[in-house]
Design a protein around this ligand. Sequence first.
Ligand SMILES: O=C(O)c1ccc[n+]([C@@H]2O[C@H](COP(=O)([O-])O)[C@@H](O)[C@H]2O)c1
Ligand SMILES: Cc1cc2nc[nH]c2cc1C
Length: 365
Amino acid sequence: MQSIAHFTTPQIPDITDPALTARLQHTLDQKTKPLGSLGRLEALALRLGHILGSTAPALQQPQMLVCAGDHGLAARGVSAFPADVTGQMVHNFLAGGAAVSVLARQHGLALTVVDCGVARAVEPPTAASTAAAQNGTASPPRLLQRRVAAGTQDASCGPAMTPEQCAQALANGQEIVRGLPGNVLLLGEMGIGNTSVASLLLARLGGVDLAACTGAGTGLDTEGIARKRAVLQQALQANAQATSPLQALAALGGFEVATLTGAVLQAAAERRVIVVDGFISSAAVFVASRLQPTVLQRCVFAHRSGEPGHSLMLAQMQAEPLLDWGLRLGEGSGAALAWPLLVSACAILREMASFEAAGVAERLG
Ligand SMILES: O=C(O)c1ccc[n+]([C@@H]2O[C@H](COP(=O)([O-])O)[C@@H](O)[C@H]2O)c1
Ligand SMILES: Cc1cc2nc[nH]c2cc1C
């Protein structure tokens, strides 16, 4: 079992269950429709039934977890936006004005925003701004402070985190999920510079050429992308010894990504459905899957990001995302957008009538 400092990877059981798969397939095939006619919605229903261990799965109290952190690398000009935007967007999440705030509110997803290490500590919102963000819905966004430090070190000069900091962030993610209700975790993140982190983790752990892993992020032009590639090449060289998943996470990662990796491991251990957003959330799952491949049995990949490295990362995990809409925002916005598809897949299993119950004649022959 891999470990770093005081963190040891938990065991994630294999949930392969051919008898359950057969029962789920039979249940779907008995519904009043030609075989397979609900297409990929049926594959999604199978997966959700499998994760939740039921032919009548119910998604309960879905939790959107948005982890935020700042990156030393951002000072090297790897993003189109200034690093201050990380903290400013966290305030926007809490005030109810960000895309993920709107979509979480629309779909009744509880929103927890975590300051994992934003440069300037995020102040808890006032009662008045909380009420405004609530906008008539049951629960306002919630801030958790699980700061490891005020941002990571510049990975182009050496490790972004110490092993102890990485272990702390992983443990924070586990502890956060232990405290959340429900059986679904949706992943989101915020961190200026964190497409660089995802690209570096893909290059190092996936053995993919760095140039192919690196894209425009928040909107770099061609010259900016060339600069970003050169900086990321330095980061790989400065951390050449960091080859195992946890060493790579510590050397090349970020506090929000490491916290999400811990959250994914915990959610998988509890057999929650994990709804993965874009390139950076996928990077957290990618690291977790290199520690415990069985994590992937619990994941639903919401969408294919417009960031080119994401397709390469999905291929490494043999993941086929639900949507391909050219989203490249992060925050959990794609996971929230895909959420109604999961709700529909479970409703089909639970509520659709069988041929027998509805008195509909079955297929000839
Ligand atoms: O999730 C994605 O696919 C994605 C793709 C591009 C950008 N982002 C978001 O943009 C930020 C990182 O972009 P950058 O250019 O600063 O590395 C970070 O806050 C992410 O949430 C997210
Ligand atoms: C404005 C803005 C919003 C974001 N949301 C997630 N990442 C982001 C990056 C920027 C720059």
